[in-house]
Design a protein around this ligand. Structure first.
Ligand code: 4AD
Ligand code: MG
Length: 432
């Protein structure tokens, strides 16, 4: 039996006889010559069988191949300029490792509900494989970006006491004799604590929001990366976000061109993502929207449509900064130049993808923060440790959270966030 080679490495074996294992995508046969396309995760390859060159048993076995049959093919690797990987396999032997009968997802069109029910199988499609590879690239890009800049990774808890972004959207569970525990909405408050120990830190993990939102931008479980930087102002924070987002887009363009092609992504729209990003104060944004006929009043948060309108006329993400305090979380620092507002920013992606980042400078004054906690009716004792950070060596610091799935959806050009994660959790989806 020839040695097994991953499909992505076949190019290095031109002229040799090797084995490939994987799953059948498609077959076709003219009666004299037959073709089988196989996927092994690393790539795709076409196997070619000539009836005259293989034993009759192998030819008959080919006829039994159905979509998603697991196979081992053996044969000579041949250069073939027309093939996607530049090679094809001249098959001499074929073994069925696992049959597949009536695979439910056929090349015909299926409705989204059906595909979501079969998500565990849908993942094998070329399109879903491409999305998962882009997601992988973005995750690796995130880790490399922060590692290269001297940030330390700090893993924050998923089970927390009642502490987070805001009340009202916490998933809760019983926690032994200690009452209720809540699934983390954010790791931010914990990375703020770690920031005073390590200077530049980030956390990257799943976060949970029990929001009853049924939009194409909301998941109940999503991954968020949250850097926190000591002695960084809101302005420094936006510059870091710019560098971060442009580095991720450039990395995907550079390393995942094949996947973006599979997704029919207009890469010209990604190639224009360069720093600096335009900045618009919240007050300017409201004026702009009103000039376009919107009924938005100063003080109201921007809705998804407002975000789309602000970002759609531009070729790169836009920062909207310094929102009214009433529209934002309690921990954001009051703007000394206009105390009705806080030092924060949302980064809005173009093409209607909306907010991919929320960030802010943090309130570092003990009394002001305590007042904000009281004002919002938050359980003060739960925030005692968080207030301690302002009691023992308080410091200017800023950070942000980038939603991974929204970023994947934008970079891949997806219609809906549900395709940006392998097993999405949404209001009406807990299985598979
Ligand atoms: O704006 P958010 O709520 O900010 C925070 O959680 C801060 N604690 C971050 C920080 O400063 N460390 O969420 C940040 C990002 C959003 O911009 C969005 O990309 C994503 O998280 N996000 C969601 N993604 C999918 N589904 C949801 N329900 C999301 N809610 C927020
Ligand atoms: Mg936000």
């Amino acid at each position: 039996m020839p040695t097994r080679v991953e499909i992505s490495a076949l190019r290095e074996h031109i002229g040799s006889t090797v084995a490939v294992t994987g799953w059948v995508l498609t077959t076709r046969s003219s009666g004299k010559i037959a073709f089988v396309v196989v996927r092994d995760g690393s790539g795709y390859v076409q196997g070619v069988l000539a009836r005259a060159d293989v034993p009759p048993a192998v030819w008959e076995r080919f006829a039994t191949l159905t979509q998603e049959t697991t196979v081992r093919l053996a044969g000579e690797v041949r250069a073939d300029a027309r093939s996607p990987g530049g090679v094809e396999l001249a098959v001499r032997d074929l073994e069925v490792l696992g049959p597949s009968r009536d695979f439910p997802i056929t090349p015909k069109e299926h409705g989204t509900a059906f595909l979501m029910e079969h998500r565990h199988l849908w993942l094998r499609s070329r399109r879903q494989v491409a999305i998962m590879k882009v997601r992988h690239e973005i995750i690796q890009g995130i880790r490399d970006f922060f590692h290269q800049r001297g940030f330390f990774l700090v893993d924050t808890p998923i089970l927390t006491g009642s502490i987070g972004e805001s009340g009202g959207s916490l998933f809760e569970t019983e926690y032994f004799d200690l009452g209720k525990a809540y699934l983390a909405q954010t790791g931010q408050l914990y990375v703020e604590a770690a920031c005073a120990a390590l200077g530049k830190v980030y956390c990257f993990g799943p976060t949970f929001r029990a929001e009853k939102s049924k939009t194409r931008r909301h998941l109940t479980e999503f991954w968020m990366v949250e850097p926190e930087v000591a002695f960084a102002t809101s302005d420094d924070n936006m510059r870091l976000q710019e560098d971060f987002v442009t580095s991720l887009v450039a990395r995907v363009l550079d390393r995942r061109a094949e996947e973006l092609k599979e997704l029919e992504r207009d890469t010209a729209k990604l190639a224009s993502i360069v720093a600096p990003f335009p900045r618009l104060s919240y007050t300017e944004a409201v004026a702009l929207l009103r000039a376009q006929g919107s009924a938005i009043e100063w003080g109201q948060d921007l809705g998804a449509e407002d975000e789309t309108r602000i970002a759609e006329a531009r070729d790169r993400p836009v920062f909207v900064y310094n929102y009214p305090r009433g529209a934002k979380a309690f921990y954001m620092k009051e703007n000394p130049d206009d105390p009705r507002t806080v030092l924060c920013d949302d980064c809005l992606a173009p093409e209607g993808y909306g907010e991919i980042i929320g960030g802010s400078q943090r309130e570092d004054d003990y009394d002001r923060l305590a007042a904000r906690i009281r004002e919002q009716g938050l359980p003060e004792d739960a925030y005692g440790w968080y207030l301690d950070l302002r009691k023992y060596g308080t410091f200017v610091h800023s950070g942000f959270g980038l939603g991974l799935e929204r970023t994947v959806a934008w970079i891949c050009g997806l219609q809906h966030i549900r395709e940006a994660i392998a097993f999405p959790r949404m209001l009406y989806r807990l299985n598979p």
